[in-house]
Design a protein around this ligand. Structure first.
Ligand code: ATP
Length: 482
């Protein structure tokens, strides 16, 4: 697989240096696989979250959003199957004590093989995973003489299951405390509120419930920046449909979600579907949308046809009816569900990977380069930088006036320090699509220079039309449904 570890490392460094993403608890040497978003990262993440939320709710009259709690009744996770099934097969190397997810270990080895051999090996692995054949998986690892990257040996333990849920105690007195879990997905908060929303919102099947929120998984292999974290954010939507129509809706959402990704301005060649061979315990069809990260094509979103598994389980465990009366066919039934589930952090990393560019701008006279983040305008943390050429001659006053007017409509940044060239480069590095410079000519004829981030071209436009110019650019990208 063509990967670019250097580019990946460069993106991680850039994110830290320019206030996008910091390792958590850094002054205490960090906390493994946990990250904090800085001033620009938080803004980028919010813009992606808002775009998803509005694409789902505002743009679909039959989808509403909720915000359920992270803590939930512990029986929910029994009913959903997470207590018994939410685990990954793991294997430890006895010499290095390093633990691997079995599929990652085999895939890593497969990447070093010629294409035909790789496909055959992955195919065998997927069959064994599907059968939960742990002895067979170990045999495969031994047969291929796959070694540990740390010890270099093939001295492996047996393959075992490892549950990924974090647990904690609810209640103040230890003896009375109940063990509860930090939710490993947001979906269950939707299922248990299905009837509340359906009844109070007078929703008619087919309809959807969307939610964005934190999820927690005790990931074993967590060394890929925000791609795999122990605390992360999901954006999920459960679409409730009449039994028998799930394949139709699955096909619809599969296509619709791919369109959404393309609407982020991603190169279509960097996106692909990956159909699941091993289906989760709840699914009758599943596909991933994968993005070509610098570390290779990897999952960003899953679309799953979850049947009536979850609602049926909750009906059984809670003893409460989860049925819907369909007035069109005069029947009661438990709806089937098609789910779209995307990781917000992976989505941020995808947008960052697509946007990141190192450019050599050297001329025969002078060596020069820049790093630019080519974010779509709608996702850029800052839309406009307002830069007076000098700190005097009344230029800052004009700039501040423009700032006061524009900041009501979109996020602006004001800066008067350093040369204009340096200021442009700093804005390029955080992905600001437009910079406006107020200079002495502004005082004479009321015009300013607008600089375009990607082409670095500059044009003069009236000061009075700056706000409208930027708002038009934001609106032009609008929604995928426009
Ligand atoms: P993977 O196979 O990579 O572990 P998954 O199939 O377990 O992912 P889902 O349970 O389908 O993932 O979760 C839906 C989405 O949540 C994923 O597509 C991904 O974007 C995101 N996600 C899952 N686990 C993590 C994590 N540990 N860190 C960041 N995002 C995650």
């Amino acid at each position: 697989m063509a990967t670019d570890q250097n580019k990946f490392q460069a993106i991680i460094s850039h994110c830290k240096e320019y206030g996008f993403i910091f390792p958590s608890s850094e002054i205490y040497d960090g906390l493994s696989a946990v990250y904090d978003y800085g001033q620009y990262g938080a803004e980028l993440k919010k813009n992606i979250r808002d775009y998803w939320w509005r694409s789902m709710t505002q743009m679909h009259e039959n989808i509403v959003g909720i915000d359920s709690a992270i803590f939930m009744h512990p029986t929910i996770w029994k009913a959903s199957g997470h207590v018994d099934n939410f685990s990954d097969p793991m294997i430890d190397n006895k010499d290095s004590n390093k633990r691997y997810r079995v599929d990652h270990l085999i895939e890593g080895y497969a990447d070093t093989l010629p294409e035909a051999e790789k496909t055959a090996l992955i195919g065998r692995m997927e069959e064994l995973l599907k059968e939960n054949d742990f002895a067979g998986l170990k045999q495969l690892i031994e047969e291929k003489k796959i070694t540990c990257s740390v010890s270099g040996t093939a001295n492996w333990t047996d393959v075992r299951q490892f549950n990924l849920m974090f647990s904690t105690q609810l209640g103040s007195v230890a003896e009375e405390a109940n063990e509860i879990y930090l939710r490993p997905e947001t979906a269950q908060g939707i299922f248990v509120n299905f009837l509340n929303v359906q009844k109070t919102g007078r929703m008619k099947v087919p309809f959807g419930i969307a939610q964005v929120g934190k999820a927690f998984r005790n990931e074993i292999v967590a060394r890929q920046f925000v791609f795999r974290m122990r605390e992360f954010e999901q954006m999920e939507m459960q679409f409730f449909v009449r039994p028998g129509t799930q394949q139709e809706w699955y096909a619809y959402w599969k296509e619709e979600r791919m369109k959404w990704h393309k609407s982020l301005g991603l190169n279509p060649a960097n996106l692909q579907y990956h159909d699941h061979v091993k289906l989760a315990h709840y699914a009758d069809a599943a596909v991933d949308i994968e993005y070509n990260f610098p570390i290779g094509f990897k999952e960003v979103e899953g679309i799953h046809s979850r049947t009536d598994f979850d609602l049926k389980q909750h009906q059984q465990y809670s003893g409460k009816k989860m049925q819907y009366f369909d007035p069109e066919i005069n029947q009661n039934y438990i709806p089937y569900v098609v789910e779209t589930s995307i990781g917000l952090d992976r989505c941020c990393l995808m947008v960052l990977s697509e946007a990141y560019e190192e450019q050599d701008l050297s001329t025969p006279e002078k060596a020069d380069s820049r790093v630019v983040l080519k974010f779509p305008v709608k996702l850029a943390p800052i839309k406009l930088a307002i830069l007076p050429l000098t700190k005097k001659d009344g230029l800052p006053e004009i700039a501040q006036e423009l700032m006061a007017d524009c900041k009501k409509n979109f996020y602006c940044y004001y800066e008067e320090k350093d040369s204009i060239g340096k200021r442009y480069r700093r804005q390029d590095a955080i992905g600001t699509p437009y910079c406006v410079t107020i200079d002495h000519q502004t005082k004479d004829d009321g015009t300013v220079t607008i600089r375009h981030r990607d082409s670095m071209e500059q044009e003069r436009i009236p000061l009075a039309s700056v706000k409208e110019f930027v708002m038009k650019k934001i609106a032009e990208q609008g929604f995928m449904h426009n």
